[in-house]
Design a protein around this ligand. Sequence first.
Ligand code: SAH
Length: 219
Amino acid sequence: MAGIAHIGIGMTSAGTRQRLVRRLTEKGISDPRVLEAIADVPRHRFVDEAISSRAYEDSALPIGRGQTISQPYVVALMTEAILSEGRPAKVLEIGTGSGYQAAVLARVADKVFTTERIGELLRTARQRFHELGLHNIYTRHADGLGGWPSQAPFDAVVVTAGGRIPEALYEQLADGGVLVGPEEHSGGQQLIRVVRTGDDFQRENLGAVSFVPLLEGLE
Ligand code: SAH
Protein backbone atom coordinates (compact mmCIF):
# COMPACT_ATOMS: atom_id res chain seq x y z
CA MET A 1 0.00 0.00 0.00
CA ALA A 2 2.79 2.37 0.92
CA GLY A 3 4.24 1.72 -2.52
CA ILE A 4 1.01 2.68 -4.27
CA ALA A 5 0.74 5.87 -2.21
CA HIS A 6 4.27 6.74 -3.26
CA ILE A 7 3.48 6.27 -6.95
CA GLY A 8 0.55 8.63 -6.53
CA ILE A 9 2.72 11.34 -5.02
CA GLY A 10 5.38 10.77 -7.66
CA MET A 11 2.97 11.26 -10.55
CA THR A 12 1.50 14.43 -9.12
CA SER A 13 4.94 15.82 -8.41
CA ALA A 14 6.26 15.11 -11.92
CA GLY A 15 3.58 17.51 -13.21
CA THR A 16 4.23 20.12 -10.55
CA ARG A 17 7.97 19.82 -11.18
CA GLN A 18 7.36 20.57 -14.87
CA ARG A 19 5.59 23.78 -13.82
CA LEU A 20 8.60 24.66 -11.68
CA VAL A 21 10.87 23.99 -14.68
CA ARG A 22 8.78 26.38 -16.80
CA ARG A 23 9.04 29.06 -14.11
CA LEU A 24 12.83 28.65 -13.95
CA THR A 25 13.03 28.87 -17.74
CA GLU A 26 11.10 32.15 -17.60
CA LYS A 27 13.60 33.40 -15.02
CA GLY A 28 16.47 32.73 -17.43
CA ILE A 29 17.72 29.19 -16.66
CA SER A 30 18.44 27.58 -20.03
CA ASP A 31 20.94 24.70 -19.69
CA PRO A 32 18.95 21.53 -20.52
CA ARG A 33 21.08 19.47 -18.10
CA VAL A 34 19.99 21.72 -15.23
CA LEU A 35 16.33 21.77 -16.26
CA GLU A 36 16.30 17.98 -16.59
CA ALA A 37 17.85 17.60 -13.14
CA ILE A 38 15.21 19.90 -11.60
CA ALA A 39 12.51 17.93 -13.42
CA ASP A 40 13.90 14.63 -12.10
CA VAL A 41 14.79 15.34 -8.47
CA PRO A 42 11.74 15.01 -6.16
CA ARG A 43 12.19 18.15 -4.00
CA HIS A 44 9.26 17.13 -1.79
CA ARG A 45 11.44 14.29 -0.47
CA PHE A 46 13.97 16.82 0.85
CA VAL A 47 11.59 18.64 3.21
CA ASP A 48 9.45 17.60 6.14
CA GLU A 49 6.20 15.90 5.10
CA ALA A 50 4.22 18.65 6.87
CA ILE A 51 5.41 21.23 4.30
CA SER A 52 5.90 18.94 1.30
CA SER A 53 2.90 20.51 -0.46
CA ARG A 54 5.02 23.69 -0.77
CA ALA A 55 8.05 21.87 -2.18
CA TYR A 56 7.52 23.06 -5.77
CA GLU A 57 7.09 26.72 -4.94
CA ASP A 58 10.15 28.68 -5.97
CA SER A 59 11.11 29.57 -2.42
CA ALA A 60 13.48 28.56 0.36
CA LEU A 61 11.85 26.47 3.11
CA PRO A 62 12.83 25.60 6.69
CA ILE A 63 14.58 22.25 7.27
CA GLY A 64 15.11 22.52 11.04
CA ARG A 65 18.03 23.64 13.19
CA GLY A 66 17.52 27.18 11.85
CA GLN A 67 18.61 26.12 8.33
CA THR A 68 16.82 26.23 4.96
CA ILE A 69 16.61 24.28 1.71
CA SER A 70 17.69 26.77 -0.97
CA GLN A 71 15.23 28.32 -3.41
CA PRO A 72 15.01 26.19 -6.61
CA TYR A 73 15.97 29.17 -8.79
CA VAL A 74 19.17 29.68 -6.80
CA VAL A 75 19.96 25.93 -6.93
CA ALA A 76 19.47 26.02 -10.71
CA LEU A 77 21.51 29.23 -11.10
CA MET A 78 24.45 27.83 -9.13
CA THR A 79 24.32 24.52 -10.97
CA GLU A 80 24.26 26.30 -14.33
CA ALA A 81 27.16 28.52 -13.19
CA ILE A 82 29.51 25.56 -12.67
CA LEU A 83 28.72 23.83 -15.98
CA SER A 84 30.62 24.28 -19.20
CA GLU A 85 30.68 21.89 -22.18
CA GLY A 86 32.08 18.87 -20.37
CA ARG A 87 30.61 16.93 -17.49
CA PRO A 88 32.40 17.75 -14.22
CA ALA A 89 34.08 14.69 -12.70
CA LYS A 90 34.23 15.94 -9.11
CA VAL A 91 32.16 18.61 -7.39
CA LEU A 92 32.55 19.75 -3.77
CA GLU A 93 29.56 21.23 -1.95
CA ILE A 94 29.84 23.06 1.39
CA GLY A 95 26.58 22.81 3.37
CA THR A 96 24.63 19.63 2.59
CA GLY A 97 21.55 20.87 4.49
CA SER A 98 18.54 18.97 3.12
CA GLY A 99 20.65 17.33 0.42
CA TYR A 100 18.62 18.82 -2.44
CA GLN A 101 21.42 20.83 -4.08
CA ALA A 102 23.70 17.77 -3.83
CA ALA A 103 21.02 15.61 -5.49
CA VAL A 104 20.71 18.10 -8.37
CA LEU A 105 24.51 18.23 -8.72
CA ALA A 106 24.62 14.42 -8.72
CA ARG A 107 22.59 14.46 -11.96
CA VAL A 108 25.05 16.69 -13.82
CA ALA A 109 28.40 15.53 -12.39
CA ASP A 110 30.11 12.16 -11.94
CA LYS A 111 30.78 12.49 -8.21
CA VAL A 112 29.56 14.92 -5.57
CA PHE A 113 31.41 15.40 -2.27
CA THR A 114 29.33 17.27 0.29
CA THR A 115 30.10 18.40 3.84
CA GLU A 116 27.73 19.48 6.59
CA ARG A 117 28.59 20.78 10.08
CA ILE A 118 25.25 19.78 11.72
CA GLY A 119 25.26 16.02 12.27
CA GLU A 120 21.48 15.72 12.57
CA LEU A 121 20.85 17.34 9.16
CA LEU A 122 23.54 15.21 7.54
CA ARG A 123 22.00 11.97 8.85
CA THR A 124 18.62 12.88 7.34
CA ALA A 125 20.22 13.86 4.03
CA ARG A 126 22.17 10.58 3.89
CA GLN A 127 18.96 8.65 4.43
CA ARG A 128 17.36 10.51 1.50
CA PHE A 129 20.31 9.79 -0.81
CA HIS A 130 20.06 6.13 0.14
CA GLU A 131 16.28 5.95 -0.45
CA LEU A 132 16.57 7.72 -3.80
CA GLY A 133 19.47 5.54 -4.94
CA LEU A 134 21.87 8.47 -5.31
CA HIS A 135 25.09 6.49 -5.03
CA ASN A 136 27.48 9.09 -6.43
CA ILE A 137 27.17 11.43 -3.43
CA TYR A 138 29.87 11.17 -0.75
CA THR A 139 29.18 12.88 2.56
CA ARG A 140 31.25 14.04 5.50
CA HIS A 141 30.27 15.47 8.88
CA ALA A 142 32.86 18.23 8.85
CA ASP A 143 33.44 21.93 8.92
CA GLY A 144 33.64 22.69 5.22
CA LEU A 145 35.79 25.79 5.70
CA GLY A 146 38.81 23.54 5.12
CA GLY A 147 37.31 21.94 2.02
CA TRP A 148 38.01 18.22 1.48
CA PRO A 149 41.79 18.08 0.92
CA SER A 150 42.06 14.31 0.36
CA GLN A 151 39.64 14.49 -2.61
CA ALA A 152 41.00 17.70 -4.18
CA PRO A 153 41.29 19.02 -6.82
CA PHE A 154 37.66 19.65 -7.75
CA ASP A 155 36.24 20.72 -11.11
CA ALA A 156 33.71 22.79 -9.20
CA VAL A 157 33.08 24.02 -5.65
CA VAL A 158 29.57 25.08 -4.62
CA VAL A 159 29.25 26.98 -1.34
CA THR A 160 25.67 27.05 -0.04
CA ALA A 161 26.11 29.21 3.09
CA GLY A 162 27.10 32.87 3.11
CA GLY A 163 30.25 34.43 4.49
CA ARG A 164 33.87 34.96 3.65
CA ILE A 165 34.86 32.19 1.24
CA PRO A 166 38.04 30.63 2.64
CA GLU A 167 41.30 30.45 0.71
CA ALA A 168 41.37 26.64 1.05
CA LEU A 169 38.39 26.32 -1.29
CA TYR A 170 40.13 28.29 -4.05
CA GLU A 171 43.27 26.20 -3.55
CA GLN A 172 41.28 22.99 -4.01
CA LEU A 173 39.93 24.07 -7.43
CA ALA A 174 41.41 22.26 -10.43
CA ASP A 175 42.90 24.33 -13.24
CA GLY A 176 39.88 25.51 -15.24
CA GLY A 177 37.64 24.82 -12.24
CA VAL A 178 34.74 27.02 -11.13
CA LEU A 179 33.68 28.13 -7.65
CA VAL A 180 30.25 29.58 -6.96
CA GLY A 181 28.93 30.86 -3.65
CA PRO A 182 27.48 33.72 -1.63
CA GLU A 183 30.00 36.24 -0.36
CA GLU A 184 29.15 38.56 2.53
CA HIS A 185 29.52 42.29 1.82
CA SER A 186 28.47 45.34 3.81
CA GLY A 187 25.29 45.67 1.73
CA GLY A 188 24.37 41.97 1.96
CA GLN A 189 25.34 38.79 0.12
CA GLN A 190 26.44 38.61 -3.50
CA LEU A 191 26.58 35.37 -5.45
CA ILE A 192 30.03 35.18 -7.02
CA ARG A 193 31.44 32.92 -9.70
CA VAL A 194 35.20 32.45 -9.88
CA VAL A 195 37.03 30.62 -12.67
CA ARG A 196 40.56 29.40 -12.03
CA THR A 197 43.16 29.46 -14.80
CA GLY A 198 46.52 28.46 -13.33
CA ASP A 199 47.11 30.96 -10.55
CA ASP A 200 44.66 33.46 -12.00
CA PHE A 201 41.16 33.71 -10.50
CA GLN A 202 38.59 35.51 -12.65
CA ARG A 203 35.60 36.83 -10.67
CA GLU A 204 32.09 37.59 -11.81
CA ASN A 205 29.09 38.77 -9.78
CA LEU A 206 25.78 36.96 -10.35
CA GLY A 207 23.64 39.21 -8.13
CA ALA A 208 22.16 39.56 -4.66
CA VAL A 209 21.20 36.41 -2.72
CA SER A 210 20.24 35.45 0.82
CA PHE A 211 21.76 32.34 2.41
CA VAL A 212 22.10 31.16 6.01
CA PRO A 213 25.55 31.97 7.44
CA LEU A 214 28.71 29.96 6.90
CA LEU A 215 29.77 28.99 10.43
CA GLU A 216 32.85 27.43 12.00
CA GLY A 217 33.01 24.17 13.91
CA LEU A 218 30.72 21.15 14.30
CA GLU A 219 27.31 20.62 15.88
N1 SAH B 1 22.61 22.98 -0.01
C1 SAH B 1 21.59 22.97 1.01
C2 SAH B 1 21.42 24.34 1.62
C3 SAH B 1 21.34 24.24 3.10
S1 SAH B 1 21.56 25.74 3.99
C4 SAH B 1 20.28 22.42 0.49
O1 SAH B 1 20.15 22.22 -0.72
O2 SAH B 1 19.38 22.15 1.29
C5 SAH B 1 23.30 25.74 4.27
C6 SAH B 1 23.86 24.62 5.11
O3 SAH B 1 25.25 24.93 5.29
C7 SAH B 1 23.27 24.49 6.50
O4 SAH B 1 22.78 23.18 6.66
C8 SAH B 1 24.46 24.75 7.43
O5 SAH B 1 24.45 23.96 8.60
C9 SAH B 1 25.63 24.42 6.54
N2 SAH B 1 26.90 25.05 6.92
C10 SAH B 1 27.14 26.30 7.37
N3 SAH B 1 28.45 26.50 7.59
C11 SAH B 1 29.08 25.32 7.26
C12 SAH B 1 30.44 24.88 7.29
N4 SAH B 1 31.43 25.67 7.69
N5 SAH B 1 30.70 23.64 6.88
C13 SAH B 1 29.72 22.79 6.48
N6 SAH B 1 28.42 23.15 6.44
C14 SAH B 1 28.10 24.39 6.83
